[in-house]
Design a binder for this molecule. Sequence first.
Ligand code: ADP
Ligand code: X2W
Length: 315
Amino acid sequence: MPLDFAAAKNIANVLTESLPYIQQFTGSTIVVKYGGNAMTDEKLKNSFARDIVLMKLVGMNPVVVHGGGPQIGSLLERLNIQSEFIDGQRVTDSQTMDVVEMVLGGLVNQEIVAMLNKNGGKAIGITGKDGNLIRAEKLMKKSAQDNGNDKMLDLGQVGSVKSINTEVLRMMEHSDFIPVIAPIGVDETGATYNINADTVAGEIAKVLHAEKLMLLTNIEGVKNKAGKVLTGLSTSQVDELIMDGTIYGGMLPKIRCALDAVNHDVTSAHIIDGRVEHAVLLEIFTHTGVGTLISNSSNVAEAAKAAALYQSDQQ
Ligand SMILES: Nc1ncnc2c1ncn2[C@@H]1O[C@H](COP(=O)(O)OP(=O)(O)O)[C@@H](O)[C@H]1O
Ligand SMILES: CC(=O)N[C@@H](CCC(=O)OP(=O)(O)O)C(=O)O
């Protein structure tokens, strides 16, 4: 078959565009929260796996943290166990905790490991219990005021992250292994906790001083009032969008964890559309990316990029 010069030139252009990013990010830690459609659609699953394996091959240090809310929901339904959410957190009694642990620590975690390995990676699945990776404590949630007093809601075995033991992750950083982490924590007594996956990804990115935190979701990115995707946001712009109600619901915990990360040594956080094939690679290796970049204004280079993107979005 004769060489298609136009197609070949296109491939060469893409490869050259990625070169400065490969040089910039070699040796960097990139924490990726994997969830949504990217985790259920067969084509997207493989494209995600190839992206992560390629990142490792070119010298980056990808750390995968996964969700699995819909998968937990469907097993609970099959078992006829009712499930309730308060502010995006699943109320978790001990029966529900067993299902959460089975689904996140077993089925979902091992499926991702197998998928990465099938695509040439060396993934290792762990939960927050392994090597005491995630020390958790019980999360008590404040509800709206009740007769002027704060009412505390008991969410059962839902946890917040108390500390992360980076030892096991640091070991993998200097090897071919790719960690795949299920968001389950443990306390000093050995009690198990169910933790929101975005929160775990953010906390891990913070302690590893990651270059990037990438949160895959099922929407194009953070949108403005008119429904247009905002490709770049600084922390002060995010505050404004929360105050005026443009960011609400499920996007709130995501943006809060992205903000917290960039305020604690993570260079940038990205909320990206996991429905796009190769979303992770496109975000890292191209000039434009495929979602919303959030950066701390004290990081001059990233903030300038975010501000420029925000300006062009407003036009
Ligand atoms: N400003 C905004 N831009 C984009 N999505 C928003 C915004 N504010 C609220 N949302 C909502 O947040 C949702 C994403 O959160 P969620 O569904 O909980 O994500 P995931 O399931 O990936 O964790 C979007 O589908 C959208 O309905
Ligand atoms: C406390 C809590 O709500 N935990 C989540 C953990 C999984 C998760 O976060 O999955 P997604 O990212 O797919 O939503 C849950 O039980 O669904």
